[in-house]
Design a protein around this ligand. Structure first.
Ligand SMILES: Nc1ncnc2c1ncn2[C@@H]1O[C@H](COP(=O)(O)OP(=O)(O)OP(=O)(O)O)[C@@H](O)[C@H]1O
Ligand SMILES: Nc1nc2c(c(=O)[nH]1)N[C@H]1C(S)=C(S)[C@@H](COP(=O)(O)O)O[C@H]1N2
Length: 173
């Protein structure tokens, strides 16, 4: 089981500030995922080509099971993660973005500005999260129950979670 964490940020990738969002994802996974996995980390600039090429390489060459991206989903000119997703995904799973916006709107009115989505390419599930480090824990908390079953369905590796934190939902077969 390989999980990739991709930080999409011009300033974090240039060293203007320290990447805090990637490490926040890593810390959350450490707390919640109880089955063995390896992490692959990338910190890349915004832009369609940068995000598309990184995601395609992680799917097609590294064959990672799950990719969590953070950043680049807003309306600013350089926010192009969703445009890159369009060139990468074979099947879109819009429910992840819908749930992130629905839940986040109860916290902040600017959640309406987010264009996060998710989907699959081969046996890889890719999910976008917002860029703000403080949004990571909340975002993963509201979507992750559906992730292990989605990985089962696409033939990716199996994930177990600490049920005290996230109860993975697998419908009875
Ligand atoms: N990876 C990150 N690490 C630390 N702080 C971040 C990161 N991504 C975003 N932030 C913080 O959250 C704020 C809002 O996030 P947003 O995604 O709009 O960043 P941004 O201004 O587009 O970053 P950039 O221009 O570098 O891509 C940023 O101003 C920054 O303070
Ligand atoms: N839970 C949560 N969702 C959130 C936010 C947040 O702080 N918390 N920020 C919003 C803002 S201000 C923007 S612009 C969009 C897109 O953020 P991104 O460009 O960093 O991906 O996510 C939104 N969703």
């Amino acid at each position: 089981m390989q999980i990739a964490i991709v930080t999409v940020s011009d300033r974090a990738s240039s060293g203007e500030y320290e990447d805090l969002s990637g490490p926040a994802i890593e810390a959350w996974l450490k707390e919640v995922v109880t089955s063995p996995y390896e992490t692959v980390k990338r910190v890349i600039p915004d832009g369609v080509a940068s995000v598309r090429d990184t995601l395609i390489a992680l799917c097609d060459e590294s064959a990672v099971d799950l990719i969590l991206t953070t950043g680049g989903t807003g309306p600013s000119p350089r926010d192009e993660t969703p445009e890159a997703m369009r060139e990468v995904l074979i099947k879109e799973l819009p429910g992840f973005g819908e749930q992130l916006r629905r839940a986040s709107l109860e916290q902040t009115p600017t959640a309406i500005l987010s264009r996060q989505t998710a989907g699959t390419r081969g046996k890889t599930l890719i999910i976008n999260l917002p860029g703000k480090p403080s949004s990571i824990r909340f975002s993963l908390d509201v979507i992750f129950a559906a992730v292990p079953y989605c990985l089962d369905l696409i033939g990716a590796g199996r994930i177990e979670t600490d049920p005290a934190r996230i109860k993975a939902f697998r419908p009875a077969q």
